[in-house]
Design a protein around this ligand. Structure first.
Ligand SMILES: [Zn+2]
Length: 186
């Protein structure tokens, strides 16, 4: 998960710089963050920035961008053990909500042949890493990890080129500049 989070920071930096391919500076962002996370000198960002964004953005389905007939959805389903907490709640339209159901977010995206918006993946990873951190599971070998509310096997190990990525399903508008300043690794 640290590898994926470091890749996410790399992709975020590349998107922010308008690059069409990953370059040396983006790889350095990834390398520095991965090293820091693994050595404990850097930490995954808190969910404060993600929650702030949720307040600022217009209401829209976080999966497809539709803005009608929205309901709240647990990003990590409570039926799988996801928490019934504010930071696990996102806006979803009816069709996406029923399509996703209790399926793991990343497995659901993989099944659709899509890559999740980076800021949605960021929230998911922060929740998943936080879940493991409080249970002291981050250094545990895969064979010894108990059942988790998310699917470790679906965490992407490679990211598409920046041109195939979006930060969010709908344009971020005026908050995008703030996101650019906040990236990467926050
Ligand atoms: Zn939707």
């Amino acid at each position: 998960m640290h590898w994926c989070y470091a890749n996410l920071a790399m992709a975020h930096a590349a998107l922010n710089s308008g690059a069409t391919a990953y370059g040396r500076s983006h790889f350095m962002v990834r390398a520095r963050l991965l090293k820091g996370l693994n050595e404990g000198t850097m930490a995954v960002g808190s969910l404060v920035e993600d929650e702030r964004l949720k307040f600022l953005l217009p209401r829209a389905c976080c999966y497809c961008g539709a803005d009608g007939r929205l309901s709240v959805d647990h990003l990590i389903p409570t039926s799988r053990g996801g928490l019934d907490s504010g930071d696990n709640i996102v806006w979803s339209c009816g069709p996406c909500n029923s399509s996703k159901g209790a399926t793991d977010l990343l497995r659901w995206y993989a099944g659709r042949g899509e890559f999740p918006p980076l800021l949605l993946l960021r929230r998911y990873l922060k929740l998943a890493i936080g879940y493991c951190a409080v249970r002291e599971l981050l250094g545990v070998s895969l064979a010894e990890i108990p059942d988790l509310p998310f699917d470790l096997g679906s965490v992407p190990q490679a990211f598409p080129a920046p041109g195939g990525l979006v930060l969010w399903r709908v344009p971020l508008g005026s908050v995008e500049g703030q996101q650019r300043q906040a990236a990467p690794g926050t």
